[in-house]
Ligand binder design. Structure first.
Ligand SMILES: C[S@@+](CC[C@H](N)C(=O)[O-])C[C@H]1O[C@@H](n2cnc3c(N)ncnc32)[C@H](O)[C@@H]1O
Length: 212
């Protein structure tokens, strides 16, 4: 007997596979040695807003497999101090201190805070996103919970004038979150880079000029 849910799942996987195979950013990432097509989102945002400047300290939240950290390392080399965190393992990147753990856990946050120490952070970048279950309500709630934690971290560690870049999903909770960022930064912008798929409701919010 046929099993409709499985059939649907395999159709979805086939569509994903087709899109992936034909995606120019996937090809470019393979050619240029980036671990994920997400690299081109940060590259485009940086091109526009010049976030990656020499001698800065950066925290990369939800960093695996590591393409954003690769972008930072390639652009800034040893001049930048970079801390990256993910629940999944991440292959080493020269100049990047990686912490593996669940950002929702106090002990993991503590580990990151110990690593950062008293260094004032210039830039927090967060591409953190939970595994999507397909249930829009719970996925959205889980995502904004992580975004809230990222904003708390930024508020506690950014130096005055620092910047915060975060991926969010438009939908329930978006406007409230936007207001939170606006309250802490001199300027807030939203960016949809070309590498962000049109059908995805993800968008990047950039808070510039942290005001404690
Ligand atoms: C879109 S990927 C990030 C891609 C990354 N920016 C890159 O360029 O390679 C989102 C990441 O968030 C991580 N993540 C999700 N929930 C997390 C959690 N609770 N704690 C830490 N990382 C988490 C996932 O493991 C995943 O690697």
């Amino acid at each position: 007997m046929s099993n409709p849910p499985k059939k649907n799942r395999s159709k979805t996987s086939q569509a994903w596979l087709n899109e992936h195979v034909n995606d120019p950013f996937v090809h470019l990432a393979q050619k240029e040695g980036y671990r994920a097509r997400a690299a081109y989102k940060l590259l485009e945002i940086n091109e526009k807003y010049n976030l990656l400047r020499p001698n800065i300290t950066i925290v990369d939240l939800g960093s695996a497999p590591g393409s954003w950290s690769q972008v930072v390392a390639r652009k800034l080399g040893k001049s930048a101090t970079v801390f990256a965190l993910d629940i999944l393992p991440m292959d080493e990147i020269d100049g990047v201190t990686f912490i593996q753990g669940d950002f929702r856990e106090d002990a993991v946050l503590q580990q990151l805070e110990n690593a950062v120490g008293l260094t004032a952070v210039d830039l927090v970048i967060s591409d953190i996103a939970p595994n999507m279950s397909g249930n829009t309500v719970t996925d959205q709630a889980k995502s904004f919970y992580l975004c809230d934690l990222a904003l708390d971290f930024a508020r506690n560690h950014l130096k005055d004038g620092g910047d915060f870049l975060i991926k969010v999903f438009q939908g329930a909770g978006f406007n409230e979150y936007l207001q939170e960022i606006k309250a802490s930064f001199a300027k807030t912008l939203s960016v949809k880079p070309k590498a962000s798929r049109g059908r995805s409701n993800e968008i990047y919010l950039l808070g510039r000029g942290y005001q404690r």
